[in-house]
Design a protein around this ligand. Structure first.
Ligand code: SF4
Length: 270
């Protein structure tokens, strides 16, 4: 579809796509919008993306981050952190939510501070809590395989973090007050890394990033917007360990991400 000069047929496809999209999100119980009122243009872009075949990737460039400054108002000084090191120092030995007493290590994030690609998961598990690093258990190994064998990138060249930085007890989902307390740190991380693309891993992370209650199976496979940055939702590696047949869906999502980064996907599935 030529978006600059749409033909009548293109316009009909576009209108149908928008209509389907709005119908779908209404049926699926959209409860909010991502962080700030979402311009119709973004919904249109999603509809176009969903209706269009894979488009040639644009040359990578750093995306501008559309920050909602109000998110930082409860943590004076957070906005002034200019590096990830400064942000980590700001967070300190955090006790801002009830996850603090149960953690062994606060799991901040790892990788290239100027990465073009950022993975965001839900929260640390037992292995991560033990080592203070995200995605280091079996699920972490699978993520590393996706990055290194599938995408032919080095793990240290991407950035990996979670929605909450401390392990929820018994690996339960983080609760809304915990997410609210930790969210400003994630948003500042996103601002500082300023990735070209975010990959949201699993239901919880994606629902937290988008502020929706839609199943990951309905969200994955198409682009969404997180503060002006393209975000591709996909299944969590831990889910893939239990449902290996869905690896092909993750691989399809990852191929889209590679195209967005200007890389030519191979046929290899991690
Ligand atoms: Fe602080 Fe976040 Fe850990 Fe809660 S989860 S204690 S807000 S770092």
């Amino acid at each position: 579809m030529n978006q600059d000069d749409p033909t009548l047929a293109d316009r009909r496809v576009l209108i149908d796509s928008i209509s389907d999209y709005l119908e779908q999100i209404t049926e699926e119980g959209l409860e909010g919008v991502p962080f700030e009122p979402r311009p119709m243009a973004a919904a249109v872009a999603d509809a176009i993306a969903a209706a269009s075949p894979a488009r040639p990737a644009k040359p990578p460039s750093k995306a501008p981050v559309q920050a909602g400054r109000e998110l930082f108002s409860s943590y004076p000084g957070l906005e002034k952190t200019e590096t990830l090191e400064a942000l980590r120092e700001f967070i300190g030995d955090c006790t801002r939510c009830k996850l603090a007493p149960g953690r062994k290590n606060l799991v901040f994030g790892v990788g290239n501070p100027k990465a073009e690609l950022m993975f965001v998961g839900e929260g640390p598990g037992a292995d991560e809590d033990e080592r203070g690093e995200p995605f280091v258990g079996r699920a972490g190994q699978l993520l590393t395989d996706i990055i290194e064998r599938g995408m032919r990138m080095r793990r240290q060249d991407v950035y990996i973090c979670n929605v909450v930085k401390c392990r929820p007890p018994g690996n339960r989902n983080p609760e809304p007050d915990e997410v609210a307390a930790c969210e400003p740190f994630l948003m500042r991380q996103i601002e500082l890394v300023r990735p070209q693309v975010i990959v949201g891993l699993g239901t919880f992370a994606v629902q937290s990033l988008l502020k929706v209650k839609i199943a990951i199976s309905k969200l994955r496979g198409r682009w969404h917007d997180v503060r002006g940055i393209r975000m591709m939702p996909t299944f969590h590696p831990a889910y893939l360990l239990r449902n290996p047949s869905d690896k092909r869906l993750v691989w399809a999502d990852i191929q889209e991400v590679m195209r967005a980064l200007g890389q030519e996907p191979s046929n290899r599935q991690s």
